[in-house]
Design a protein around this ligand. Structure first.
Ligand code: KG4
Ligand code: ZN
Length: 334
């Protein structure tokens, strides 16, 4: 039997999960609400909150999984990419736990973790497949050849898709994180405002121009009508969301055609977006793709994806030593 404890602390979620023989038994997530009023994650506050949350989160994951601390056979942790101070909390905890219990330590790349969330439940994709990974820090198209053999096909040259949602929310006076709120408001809106589509080469993305055009659009219209935002909020959200989705899916389609791949997945926090989920499902039907969309709880940051990635590394006996340190930057195709 393989009982793995997974730890995730790369950004503003402290999470712990127990995986037994590849099956997730618990996935506890402590959200940090402290950042809401700042319009983004404050790194210093995030690491302090991780420090407070990590022990209770791990204890709860062990309790829910109905195991004892002594049953755990290996500990997998997010080594990066992410905020260094946040990663340090999870990494230090994992090292101390492994040392104290004399069990192996397993490093997991956070972006590989997002992709491997597709192996938590059935149906699981078959290799090779294409994954659009869209989160607060990354926007990537990845060719997934095996559990830990991934090739970066395209990525954002500036902001990530999640950042585009969050920065738009800030411009619109909405709290952080903006993605879920824009998603909700867009449901009651019509995408009648046209925002420009960037012209970027190959399979790369850009979202910074969109952010600037939204800022100018809001400034111009609120000068003419101080109530413009209040009167048009739902339609603005629907228009911005529509444009972000069209940018993402255009490149995904291009990459799928070029690489002749018909198994397509999405992962990361933005894959929780209902508009994106619908649009991808519709596109997949048209393109005859087999599509994989994670359950909501496995889209945003969670330790279940780290525990399951840890399980596959455990099977390969891929362990790391106590000298390991976190990596703020770490490519998906390492
Ligand atoms: O993967 P994730 O939890 O953390 C990172 O690794 O960055 O992604 C967080 C991002 C945030 O930018 C958040 O606004 C976005 O995912 N997000 C969404 C939705 N839920 C979360 N964006 C659009 N629609 C959503 N429903
Ligand atoms: Zn993430």
């Amino acid at each position: 039997m393989a009982i793995i404890l997974g730890i995730e602390s790369s950004c503003d979620e402290t999470s712990a999960s127990i995986c037994i023989d590849g099956e997730i038994q618990s996935n506890i997530i402590a959200n940090q609400t402290v950042h809401e009023k700042f319009g983004g994650v404050v790194p210093e506050l995030a690491s302090r909150a991780h420090q407070q949350n990590i022990i209770p989160t791990v204890s709860e994951a062990i309790r829910v999984a109905k195991i004892q601390k002594n049953d755990i056979e290996a500990i997998a942790f997010t080594r990066g990419p992410g905020l260094l101070g946040s990663l340090l909390v999870g990494t230090s905890f994992a090292k101390a736990f492994a040392l104290a219990r004399n069990i192996p330590l397993i490093e997991v790349n956070h972006m590989q973790g997002h992709i491997l969330a597709h192996f938590i439940e059935d149906p699981k994709p078959k290799f090779p497949f294409l994954c659009l990974t869209v989160s607060g820090g990354h926007t990537q198209i990845v060719l997934v050849k095996d559990y830990f053999e991934m090739e970066l096909v395209g990525q954002t040259i500036d902001d990530a898709a999640g950042e585009a949602f969050d920065k738009t929310a800030k411009i619109l006076g909405l709290p952080y994180p903006g993605g879920p709120l824009i998603d909700k408001l867009a449901k009651d809106g019509t995408p009648r405002f046209d925002f420009p589509e960037p012209q970027i080469k190959d399979f790369d993305f850009s979202f910074s121009g969109l952010k600037t055009s939204i800022l100018y659009f809001v400034q111009k219209n609120t000068t003419l009508n101080p109530n413009f935002l209040k009167e048009n909020m739902n339609d603005i959200c629907a228009s911005v969301q529509d444009r972000i989705i069209s940018i993402l899916l255009k490149k995904l389609k291009l990459a799928a055609h070029q690489l002749q791949i018909t198994d397509v997945a999405i992962a990361g926090g933005v894959s929780a977006n209902s508009g994106l989920r619908h649009a991808l499902t519709a596109l997949a039907e048209k393109e005859h793709w087999k599509v994989f969309i994670p359950k909501f709880e496995y889209c945003t940051d969670n330790a279940a994806m780290i525990a399951v990635a840890g399980y596959y590394k455990f099977l390969n006996q891929e362990f790391v030593s106590q000298e390991i340190t976190p990596l703020a930057r770490w490519s998906v195709n390492y």
